[in-house]
Design a protein around this ligand. Sequence first.
Ligand code: SAM
Length: 347
Amino acid sequence: MLSRFSSPSYSLPLPFRHSFKPFSSLSPSPSQPTSSPSPSSLSSSLPLFLRPLSHSTSLSSLLSFHHWAKAQSLSVPSLSSDLLRQLSWFLQDTTSPHPSQPSTVLLRTELDNLYTLWRERVEQRKPFQYIVGCEHWRDLVLVVQEGVLIPRPETEILVDLVQEVQGFGDGVWVDLGTGSGALAVAIGKLMDGDSTGRVLGTDVSPVAVEVARFNVQRYGLEGKVEIRQGAWFEPLEDMKGKIAGIVSNPPYIPTSDLPGLQPEVGWYEPKLALDGGKDGIDHLLSICEGLAVALKPGGFFAFETNGDKQSELLANHLSTGYKSLFQKVKMVSDYCGIKRFVTGYRL
Ligand SMILES: C[S@@+](CC[C@H](N)C(=O)[O-])C[C@H]1O[C@@H](n2cnc3c(N)ncnc32)[C@H](O)[C@@H]1O
């Protein structure tokens, strides 16, 4: 397959993604999946960015598409800079120069479908990640699809917090509400190949479980990372008192805030992944209930919250509500200075 770094022989503007967003079709490297598992493991068809370049069109037809899509993107002034950037990514993810015919371009889907998909992005506000089927997160390119939350940049900090825990590579770690498997895959990938460490990701959503398993396979982590289906601690009965660390980014948005979310989120991302109940904290409190029993003595936890007030409430609850079962409970800020995470240890 052609790498997107091979010099394009056509002259569409194809800027690189941000440096922290690696390309999905680079040749294999330690930060890239080495194989793509069979599409049969995903319920719908293979994500667009992974499909073979089995279609083609003329360069002039692709230029006409680009001209049209640019005009569409500029027709929504409030979104146009995001849309123009994503249009470049869209072309990178779906097209490649023909190796021997400069006037031909290879495509991962029919040209007509590129028009349909871009209309869905601009007119129906479908998230770009659901259109191409992936999100670039840390050093990973994770498959996502409707029914699974698109992992957010701030959640990457949870992985950094885990990495700081002494001897993290040798215990059993749990990612509650794993979604696409982002945290589970990232933590598993950081563990030394020879270490005894394992990661268990759980989710109540069958779609999330399927997508997370797909991502685990893509990164060849089946021996390190296991995905189980069920509500919070339910699939972890066999792990009581044995867990070295628990991370979770549970649904934490207050129900009354859901109608105000931007269309890309509110119309498309699963309510199951967003809705945290009246004050947004219902799931965080449920997780706290099972924490002391699940963690081994000295075990670590790190939770993402809706920020500031919710973190303060949670930190206070963990410090005072459990008869000193937890210690070193603290809040950690995200990239914007919002107190986004609560961490601590089981005594
Ligand atoms: C905010 S998303 C986080 C997904 C992923 N960890 C991430 O950071 O991208 C919350 C996840 O919790 C899952 N979830 C919701 N209720 C749950 C429950 N009762 N038990 C287990 N998982 C649940 C949702 O399906 C969703 O995947």
